[in-house]
Design a protein around this ligand. Sequence first.
Ligand SMILES: *Cc1c(COP(=O)(O)O)cnc(C)c1O
Length: 388
Amino acid sequence: MNTAPRLEINLAKIYHNASELVQRFSQKGISITGVCKATLGSPEIANTLLRAGVCSLADSHIETLESMHRAGVKAQMMLIRSPMLSQVARVVAWADISLNTEIEVIRQLSRAALKADRSHGVILMVELGDRREGIMPDKLLQTVQQTLSLPNIVLRGIGTNLACRHGIAPDMHNMSALSVLTARIEAKFGCKLEMVSGGNSANVDWGLSGVVCGRVNHLRLGESILLGREPLHQRPISGLYTDAFTLVAEVIESNVKPSRPSGTPAMIAAQGDSKRVDRGLVLQSILAMGCQDTDPEGLLAPAGIEVMGASSDHLMVVSERHALALGGEVAFQPDYGALTRAMVSPFVTKVFKRDAILTGGMPMARLAGSLEKSSGLRNTAEHDSFVL
Ligand SMILES: *Cc1c(COP(=O)(O)O)cnc(C)c1O
């Protein structure tokens, strides 16, 4: 018997997406680190990414890197959020490389590394316009100099991160600025920077568009691998699966109700208030899943079903034509935020599927063009748990 809510994870599709991106970027001389932050360090997914050829694994939480280690995942590990001062010993113990912006943090990493008799790799992040993390470019050379003088610290390279706050897109300008800074550092300090990390999934369009990538030889990819989309416009990446993850919830109430509330609204207790238009009587169902388990705003519902609102534990949907059966299931396509929350919810069972590509090879027809598939009710032979 299936449990709900559950996140169905198709490892074959993740493998396909990861190896496609690894191959396409390797033709540009760019290696790929697989970012696991949306997967809570799932060892199944981590090992799938490694088999697909990523050069290392990354997360923003040191706890996740540690848990992957403990689960037997063997890889170079990268911490992609600047370490907390309170965690430097843990960072040195479980991460091979961290992305850094504060010299004081690097000093303390150096001390911790010395104490642990390890060496720790550092990538200095440069602020190139998105105004999230990064050293201002005019302070970079000074930070490089200070970093190079620290024992047990190896300067592995520089990097940048865009599109995570103001949606600033990677382009010829900011990417060539990164190349210029790389050359400047190498000239001044007579060293060779091994890694020039150009960014995240927002770099996919830039990197595959035929531009000259300059000195950029590394990207950190999460969303594009897991969901087959570039985040800037949420466009599917051609040849990749957008449906490697499916979030399934169960119907616990199915009713005909007036769409309009009655009584005096005292406060906005639930989400979806903007959709409070009077549609008369509607076929309303409640699914046993809520804001605690996912981001209801980030769910793509099957055709004919619309998410109307949610509270921490209830998801209200309206179906156009047929009432949903009590005990039936509805399958959603989660976006990156909805996926992340589903992965961390203890109430969402994770079900791994290893079918198709990994065992028998993918039918050629499905390789052509975009492999985007809309989510659906469980009413096909493949998914027999729900019929309209
Ligand atoms: C989240 C993150 C990434 C990966 O971003 P995706 O959009 O999932 O590819 C890369 N680098 C940093 C610093 C991040 O915080």
